[in-house]
Design a protein around this ligand. Sequence first.
Ligand code: HEC
Length: 179
Amino acid sequence: MHSNASIAISALCVGIISGCSPDQPINAAQPAAEVPAQVVAAADAITLPVSLNAVMVALVDHASEPLWLDAYDPPNTDARWREAEYNAYQMAVSGKLIQLAGSGPNDVDWVADPQWKVFAEEMSAAGVDALTAVQAKDVTALNEAGDRLVASCESCHKKFKPGLTSMGLYKSPNYPPPR
Ligand code: HEC
């Protein structure tokens, strides 16, 4: 877009306007084939700047707990429905995000395990279910999505978090705050 515009403007300069500097370089577009290669290389190198333990506490748990509460005490204002929608987006995305390793000592091993990917995908799918339910303001469907969600947490924790957490980050006992 930008390059095409500069080429067009340069052509205009040369053709019509006197005083244009003819030796200004035309900003030629990169060959299209190089871009995807760079994008792929960058994607391979992505590492989360925090531990997966932190992602669990600050994102996964933070977004899922209110959704479960919403299933029992359904939102009664537009603002609460919108909050629920944001939480559901976060669940849908976090199931993909935790497939990237962070700075925790076990993160690389976890994400390399095919079972991890299965549980993480299941969590993301449950998040999409929750999103669909929330957008339809369908509390029954939100309950079902909540059940699917909790099953995904439990099955992964059973396999990968059987005892104490490795990083020692726990959810706050005061989260979620009382309504
Ligand atoms: C793909 C696997 C996986 C899924 C899915 C998953 N977890 Fe975790 N979770 C872990 C692992 C592994 C740890 C321990 C991290 C550590 O200590 O380094 C953990 C830690 C946690 C912690 C911090 C430790 C604690 O007990 O307070 C919370 C909170 C948590 N998870 C909540 C959830 C919730 C809620 C869900 C579902 C909505 C969920 N997790 C889904 C793997 C998973």
